[in-house]
Design a protein around this ligand. Structure first.
Ligand SMILES: O=C(O)c1ccccc1NCC(=O)[C@H](O)[C@H](O)COP(=O)(O)O
Length: 267
């Protein structure tokens, strides 16, 4: 079978985790996690925002495997401030170095510069990464069903919840959604991008939204560029969004954030 980008990311990530564990043993990051800043409510902030407009998870993303370098003028703290002023509800910070040119300190810098709850956006395979996320002051983590089996996802979710963090469970098709709904988290991200092929279509949210139970908070992720995209997704049933590239490419990130949120479909 052909190796996908997710296979390559996973192989690299497992090497990095082993090396991180050798450099910084678990008991030390547990100490740091216990002393981290108080958790900011991630899912609850989205729920409140989408009651009267849209919830926005604004992503701090320097590069990606599908697009290469997205933003060269890259200051995580300045971007976090601009996103907050523009009306973002939460932040997502890519901490993966090898494929996204992210870094762990970016998360801490972005969170320190704003009052917004922050998601650690990475490829999580080991509880060690979750404790590490909390030690960086993350408020939430991402679990990607396409790259985890049910037992792994349940173990990682339990670990995140023990540390008080929210879990955004990401799916791309019906089978992954059904597996995600067996978990405890009611925060479901539908990724419009197929992480195996990079093909992006808003039809993915259109198809899956109707199968997401009402008690879940649905986030439409990836490939959202304009107010019309948000309007279309809201009409399909998603009022919270995760947006990276479209905002990262803008010179004036604050104005672009305000502009994309300006015209919500009201309940
Ligand atoms: O963005 C990619 O190319 C990518 C490739 C492989 C795995 C994950 C990838 N992206 C992660 C994301 O989920 C996006 O950064 C996020 O949803 C924002 O997407 P966009 O608004 O299209 O930048």
């Amino acid at each position: 079978m052909t190796e996908t980008i997710l296979d390559r990311i996973k192989a690299q990530k497992l090497v990095e985790i082993a090396s991180d564990k050798a450099t910084m043993p678990l008991n030390l990051i547990e100490d740091a996690a216990r002393n981290a800043d108080e958790i900011r409510p991630f899912a609850e902030s989205l729920r409140r925002a989408q009651a009267t407009g849209y919830g926005l998870i604004a992503e701090i993303k320097k590069a990606s495997p599908s697009r290469g370098l997205i933003r060269s003028d890259f200051d995580p703290a300045g971007l976090a401030e601009a996103y907050e002023r523009g009306g973002a509800t939460c932040l997502s910070v890519l901490t993966d170095m090898s494929f996204f040119k992210g870094a762990k300190p970016y998360l801490t810098q972005a969170r320190g510069a704003s009052r917004l709850p922050v998601l650690r956006k990475d490829f999580i395979y080991d509880p060690y990464q979750i404790v590490e996320a909390r030690s960086l002051h993350a408020d939430a983590i991402l679990l990607i069903m396409a790259t985890l089996d049910d037992a792994q996802a349940a173990e990682l979710e339990a670990c995140a919840m023990e540390w008080g963090m929210d879990v955004l469970v990401e799916v791309h098709d019906r089978e992954e959604l059904d597996r995600a709904l067996k978990l405890r988290s009611r925060l479901i991200g539908v990724n419009n991008r197929d992480l195996r092929t990079f093909e992006t279509s808003l039809d993915v949210t259109r198809a899956l939204a109707q199968h997401v139970p009402d008690e879940c908070l649905l986030v439409s992720e990836s490939g959202l560029h304009a107010p019309e995209d948000l309007r279309a997704m809201a009409e399909a049933g998603a009022r919270s969004f995760l947006i990276g590239e479209a905002l990262m490419r803008e010179e004036n990130v604050e104005a672009a954030t305000a502009r994309i949120l300006a015209d919500p479909v009201l309940a």
